[in-house]
Each structure stands twice: as C-alpha cells, then as structure tokens.
Design a protein around this ligand. Structure first.
Ligand code: DX5
Ligand code: ZN
Length: 230
C-alpha cells in the first residue's frame, strides 16, 4: 500500500476512501488467527495493536512476542500503538517483531525527536499519538517529522469507551496545519469509532479509522467495517 495514497488531503478527502484499522484489543484472543483472517477478508488496510504497560496507562496488554505471532499470520500492515512510558526501550523489539507503523505518545517520551528518528532508522513509519487533554502545541514541533498523527478520541487505556467530541477539532486542526505547511502525515483517529462517529471523523479530515468494539463485538464484521469506511 502506498503511504501517500492514505493521506486524503483537502479536496481529495470526499472522494478518496478512508482506511480502516481494526483494533485487536476487542477481539477474541483465544481465536486470534481466525479473528485476523475475518477482518483481513474485508480488505482492511491495517491491524491496530494496542500495547499497554500498566504505567502510562492502567491496563496491561501484550508485548513483542505476541506482535511476532500476529506478524507470522497477518498479511496486513501492522500498526502498533505504544501506550508505554519510556518507549525508546522498546522501539527495536517492536520493530523486530514485525511492526510496520510504530506510534509513541508525546506525553510518554522523554525525547520525541530521538524516538521518531529511531523508528525511521529501523525502517518503520513513525507515528505520534496524543490524549484528548494534551495541548495541541506540544505536537506542533514534530508535525514535519512524522508519518502518522494519532488523535485519541478517548483517553488511552481501555476499549469500549465513548467518543469524545472535542477530538474532531483536533482532527480539523491537524488537517489545517498539514495543508498550511505542506506536511504529508496521515491522520488517524482512535477510540469510540462506529459508523456515525466515523462519518464525522472522516468529514473532519481523518484518513485512518481505528475501531475495536464496533467491529469485534458486532455479529457481522464486514458490515461494521463497511459502515465505518463509509
Ligand atoms: C484505547 C485504544 C484503542 C481501543 C479502541 O486505549 O488505543 O485502540 O482499542 O477501542 P474502541 O474502538 O472499542 O473504542
Ligand atoms: Zn489504539
């Protein structure tokens, strides 16, 4: 998949289709390979992998060994979302496990530029995420150095939360700044995405829609994915 194709820049946003990234956090881990095959059948662009450390966020999920197992069966681009403190310690293990796009949180890194560069040096696409209460100004210095901006539309930590409306303004602001400065990062939104919130996020300028609950807790994954894609 070509990266520039993902960026539905102004004017193109209405026609170009948005990408979907099912978050495996909400899937049935006892049947992980089957769950992956079921969403891959729908031609999703990414698999979104939520890594939580019990420090940056309360919850704990999984680490590089599970990402490696996923990589061994997945055909889709792996989009790993690190919700961990001091991400620099784990960039290499997650890249070696088979991650293609690696995203760190701006709040969790002690040297954002160093960490983004480390991801790129290992051949990855570099993503930067921020929580709904993070001042947008904290991101601005890095917008020229990222492949992906991950706008959290819930507070990082758990699946199944309600969409936070204010995140749409973050998406709009990111899209405006991208155009103004000629940047090329894709805008991803994550948390509480289902058909209606997806539509609003797409209209605001989001290129990639992450959804866990809306896909894996629905009886028809294909219908949910199509509704999110719009
Ligand atoms: C939350 C995670 C999300 C989560 C989304 O911290 O980053 O990716 O899995 O789940 P839903 O779609 O259930 O809000
Ligand atoms: Zn996520």
């Amino acid at each position: 998949m070509s990266w520039s194709h993902l960026v539905r820049a102004e004017g193109r946003a209405r026609e170009a289709r948005a990408a979907v990234a099912p978050s495996l956090l909400a899937c049935d881990f006892a049947h992980l390979a089957d769950e992956i095959a079921r969403v891959e059948k729908e031609d999703v662009e990414f698999l979104h992998l939520d890594v939580m450390d019990g420090h940056f966020v309360k919850n704990i999920t999984f680490g590089p060994p599970l990402v490696k197992s996923i990589a061994s069966v997945a055909k889709t681009t792996l989009d790993t979302h690190l919700m961990i403190e001091n991400p620099e310690r784990y960039i290499e293990p997650f890249m070696q496990a088979g991650t293609h796009v690696l995203t760190i949180h701006v709040e969790a890194s002690t040297d954002v530029r160093r960490d983004l560069q480390a991801i790129r040096n290992l051949g990855g696409k570099a993503g930067l995420a921020f929580n709904p209460d993070c001042p947008f100004e904290k991101l601005e210095p890095y917008l020229g150095d990222i492949d992906l901006l991950l706008v959290m539309s819930v507070f990082a930590g758990f699946g199944g939360q309600s969409f936070i409306e204010g995140s749409l303004a973050h998406v709009e602001r990111a899209a405006r700044l991208r155009k103004h400065h000629g940047h090329s990062f894709a805008i991803e939104i994550d948390g509480g995405i289902a058909s209606e919130t997806a539509r609003r996020a797409r209209d605001a300028g989001a290129d990639i829609l992450v959804a866990g609950t809306a896909i894996f807790k629905s009886p028809d994954y294909g219908a949910s994915i199509r509704a999110i894609r719009g």
